[in-house]
Unconditional design. Sequence first.
Length: 421
Amino acid sequence: MDKLVINGGHVLKGEIDISGAKNAALPIIAATLLTDEECIIKNVPDLKDISTMQKIFEYLGVKLRREKDVLVRESGSYNETTAPYDIVSTMRASICVLGPLLAKKSKANVSFPGGCVIGPRPIDLHLKGLRALGADISVEEGYIIANTKQLKGKDIYLGGHFGSSVLATANLIMAATLAKGTTVIHNAAAEPEIQDLGNFLLKMGAQIQGIGAHTITIQGVKKLHGAQHTIIPDRIETGTYMAAAAITNGDLLLRNTAPSDIMAITDKFREIGCLVDIDQNTIRIRRKNKMLKAGAVTTLTYPGFPTDMQAQIMSLLSISPGISVITEKIYPERFIHISELNRLGANIILEGCNAIVKGVKSLSGTDVMASDLRASAALILAGLVARGKTTVHRVYHLDRGYENLEKKLKAVGADIKREKE
Ligand code: EPU
């Protein structure tokens, strides 16, 4: 297992290219199961989660070929409809093959994704939506077993306790593209990654109205065909490097990004004392004054502040003078990073789903343990500004979601290296 060793205190300056969005690429790759024709997907980040999806495809008998950042789903039919436990257990997002398999093959056998360190992650909305379309679903021996004679369009309300669900919306849109008749999804997720999936499906010949809105209408078609698509830039990677510039009092230009997808992040960074200059596909970020300011952050579904940036902004606020409050409304238990940030000298207490962050003058490096993908990013950010050496253990989480993170940070002045445990 690898660890990252960071010597803090270096000001980051320069330019970083943003990679394609992991959370758009995963459902889009899954969507290629809806056709037997070739699909060409560009700007696919080289990440562990993407290779996990490739393993599922291999198991299903569908050939995926990578050429640099292009993933080619080769033409050809497949008969296997099982996504087995040993692959699904390493990536929850594997659940997004359920809808396409069911729609294309009329059956699917997907290992039930387990719990997760960021809190309970139920799949009731996925099952509710697919059952409404006419799937017969049972859970047996740890597998979701779904069958249908023919999916049929329906009016479905897909909201849960915490609002809309990104991957349940993805699963349902994909299933509905080949269902008979019209499906209307109410309280659909509107995240940019869902919009990207919708746009890819349109290119495949799907009939969808309302992409990006909370009500999506899908008119089922008989067949989808191959398509070419370029994945949108990763908004969470963008936000993470914005935090890296702000926390080190640096000045970064982020290229190949989509500023319109991260208005809530930009707005918050401005509120806490950053200058953010936006161009069509670049963002320049630096501090306005020497010090940052405290702030209040509440995570919400899109276009609100994303839960996937909660841990990173917590690192930033931990050195911003004053009291900040961070409220987590999507995953109320996504706070494991607090104890590790406190080991670095932060002063954060948890009250229900509110983290109360008392800004400290400085952090000091030590050994910390990464618990999940975004927590890993938060600890690295803290390490960039902490005095002395910070060692982030168990960084395999990071490789699931950030392409070339050390290389990108090093190129703008960070002292960071990967070592074997
Ligand atoms: N929920 C339910 N029932 C369901 C599904 C979800 O109650 O059937 C709840 C969840 O427990 C949570 C809320 O609804 O409280 C939102 O969860 P959602 O389903 O939207 O999450 P997801 O689709 O499983 C995606 C991202 C996550 C990101 C969330 C929220 C992918 C592959 N994953 O997960 O990304 O945090 O949306 O935006 O797209 C990450 O990249 O680090 C990551 C965890």
